[in-house]
Design a protein around this ligand. Structure first.
Ligand code: SF4
Length: 354
């Protein structure tokens, strides 16, 4: 029987104890150190945290695009291929992504067609020597059984649906001829051209002004509902999370330290890191005289070895002899709210950092 999640739909993506390490001359960087989560069909899950916490490596691992000297060393990534039905999503095949050859035919057929990705900077992701229409049409031809003319018609259609003006003319233009907001819309069109079941959006609006950002976020929400997509939204911006996401995973040093639905996370955060992140951003109603509270210290060097809870050198609730002795285990504190902190459970493991 198909596994179902809180919204009654099967998970499109199931990650379990995923570990991705980078083996460099300076040592081993444990970019992902035991990440687990499910994303049900039709939901938007946010991954948040400071730079270097492992958000982007999570999406690259799922898509089998981890650059060398990185490698998945342990864990499982199940992608449930399926079809949209009137009741939601029907799983046809569960694919263990870690067992696929990264550049083999199956991984390539899944990437772009069933899993899409919107990158932060479209100027480096769109090819400057091809027109927007050519790039979108190429992706469609690669994954679907259509001729060039049909592919170009579909490219015009999707370019129009992402709100770009005069799509029949716009597909003939090169990326450098477009403004930043238009390029980002073109990137969204490219990622959505094959109607992927799962979309990773990696800081898709970071480089945009707030007005264009709001338009792109509205557009993504609209297309998500229309196309029946599942989205993993990667950002460091908690305002964007509040606007876009149904559930949120907070990452710190390669682990998810708290996961909950978006309201619980904002109104009842349990992990000291989540609480500190929320204190560090302005709130509606804050006065200009109120000082924001930055998080003490800095994210440790990726090669550093920290005994016990990785957040303990920065944590205001640090318990000597407890927090520096064991890595907190995942503790479910009810209603899908997970936290990794020894304030809520004494379950932890002594890590072998050798
Ligand atoms: Fe802070 Fe200890 Fe919880 Fe880590 S385990 S977050 S150091 S209270």
């Amino acid at each position: 029987m198909e596994a179902k999640t809180a919204n009654g739909q099967p998970p499109v993506l199931s990650i379990n104890n995923l570990k991705t390490y980078f083996f460099t001359d300076l040592g081993v960087s444990r970019a992902l150190n035991g990440v687990s989560f499910d994303v049900p069909y039709g939901r938007v899950m946010g991954l948040v945290g400071e730079s270097g916490c492992g958000k982007s490596v999570t999406s690259l691992s799922v898509m089998r695009l981890v650059p060398k000297p990185g490698r998945i060393v342990e864990g499982s990534i199940i992608f449930n291929r399926g079809e949209r039905t009137k009741d939601g999503y029907k799983v046809i095949e569960s694919v263990e992504m870690t067992e696929l050859e990264a550049n083999g035919p199956k991984a390539r057929s899944i990437r772009g067609a069933e899993m899409g990705m919107i990158f932060q900077e479209p100027m480096t992701s769109l090819n400057p020597s091809y027109t927007v229409g050519n790039q979108v049409a190429e992706t469609i031809i690669l994954h679907q059984d259509v001729n060039r003319r049909e592919a170009m018609d579909r490219a015009v259609d999707i370019v129009g649906r992402v709100g770009l003006p005069n799509p029949a003319d716009l597909v003939k233009r090169y990326p450098h001829e477009l403004s930043g907001g238009m390029r980002q819309r073109a990137m969204v069109a490219l990622a959505l051209s094959c109607r992927p079941a799962l979309l990773f959006a990696d800081e898709p609006t970071t480089a945009l002004d707030v007005t264009t950002e709001a338009q792109i976020l509205d557009l993504m929400r609209e297309l998500q509902g229309e196309m029946g997509m599942t989205i993993v939204f990667i950002t460091h911006n908690l305002g964007v999370v509040a606007q876009m996401c149904d559930t949120v995973g907070v990452m710190y040093l390669g682990r998810i330290v708290e996961m909950a639905d978006v309201e619980t996370l904002f109104y009842d955060p349990k992990h000291p890191y989540t609480a500190a992140l929320l204190r560090s951003i302005p709130h509606v109603g804050s006065t200009t005289k109120e000082r924001l509270a930055p998080i003490r210290g800095v994210v440790p060097d990726p090669y550093a070895t920290i005994n016990g809870c990785p957040f303990h050198p920065r944590c205001d609730s640090f318990m000597p002899g407890v927090c520096d002795a064991a890595v907190p285990a995942e503790t479910n504190i009810g209603d899908g709210h997970m936290v990794r902190c020894l304030l809520y459970s004494d379950k932890g493991e002594v890590e072998d950092n050798g």
